[in-house]
Design a protein around this ligand. Structure first.
Ligand SMILES: [Zn+2]
Length: 259
């Protein structure tokens, strides 16, 4: 079996370990598997390996970061072409028909039954596992910070993107602003709600688990060419393992631990 057709018992994998730290890491787009029931979605292996299928490089960054902090990382196993776990159920781009110019044959005119199956086997168990992790933190009276990890393509629609990384934020920008400043101090070009802006409908994970629960949160996007290989993934994991605790310390000093 190829790497993108492994049958998983669950729609998520849990990496890292909990040693009492505040961070809970989530990777909505780390995986590229396709359930055997859906074949290859009608796409070539080359198309499935493209950024339309997954966030290239973020699997390595997330796993290394989970080991370094340490923290628990909940990672989605399936390709976002099957169902996008950072979209609300029923969202127009939850199950994309066309992505970055590529038509996804198996996603055309899908039945309500197919849609419900994808939601119940992939989307809901993943978010239930995140909820379970956060519930356990909160029940234990622990500090809890949700960190959503993503990567973005160096160019889109022929335009180069200048940022090394971007922070996406909306209703609670406090931790994002601290993190932007820390990354800039590292000499990086940092997008502020670039290359995407976080809105109530654009994303699902941070609105659900961060904003609605009023838990401090970070949504970070890293440019894919910087984390394409092991060395780049290690560099970024080390950077985030250094800066996330600094950002959280500054947050607590400015706003209080339970702000
Ligand atoms: Zn992503």
């Amino acid at each position: 079996m190829s790497v993108d057709q492994v049958l998983m018992a669950e729609s998520f994998v849990v990496h890292g370990r909990d040693e009492g730290g505040p961070f809970v890491l989530v990777s909505d787009h780390a995986g590229r598997a396709i359930p055997p029931e859906l074949g290859d979605l009608g796409l070539s292996a080359q198309e499935r390996a493209r950024h339309i299928g997954w966030d290239i490089g973020i699997d390595g960054v997330g796993r290394k970061l989970a080991d370094l902090l340490p923290a628990v990382l909940i990672e989605q196993v399936y390709s976002r072409l099957v169902i996008d776990c950072n979209r609300a159920p029923g969202h127009p781009t939850s199950i994309v028909q066309v992505s970055d110019g590529t038509t996804v044959p198996r996603n055309q005119n899908i039945s309500a039954q197919d849609r419900a199956w994808r939601e119940q086997t992939i989307l809901h168990p993943y978010h239930a596992r995140i909820r379970q992790e956060l519930d356990a933190h909160v029940a234990a009276g622990r500090q809890t910070v949700v960190v959503a990890l993503h990567s973005f393509t160096p160019s889109m629609h022929g335009k180069q993107r200048p940022w090394h990384a971007g922070l996406l934020h909306n209703h609670d920008s406090r931790l994002a602003r601290i993190m932007i400043a820390l990354l800039q101090k590292d000499g990086l070009v940092v997008g502020d709600n670039e290359p995407y802006a976080l809105t109530d409908t654009s994303d699902y994970t941070i609105p659900q688990h961060g904003e609605q629960r009023e838990l401090p949160h970070i949504e970070i996007e890293i440019r894919q060419d910087l984390i394409a290989d092991d060395a780049g993934q290690t560099e970024w994991a080390n950077r985030l393992a250094r800066l996330l605790p600094q950002a959280w310390q500054q947050f607590c000093e400015q706003y209080g631990e339970n702000a």
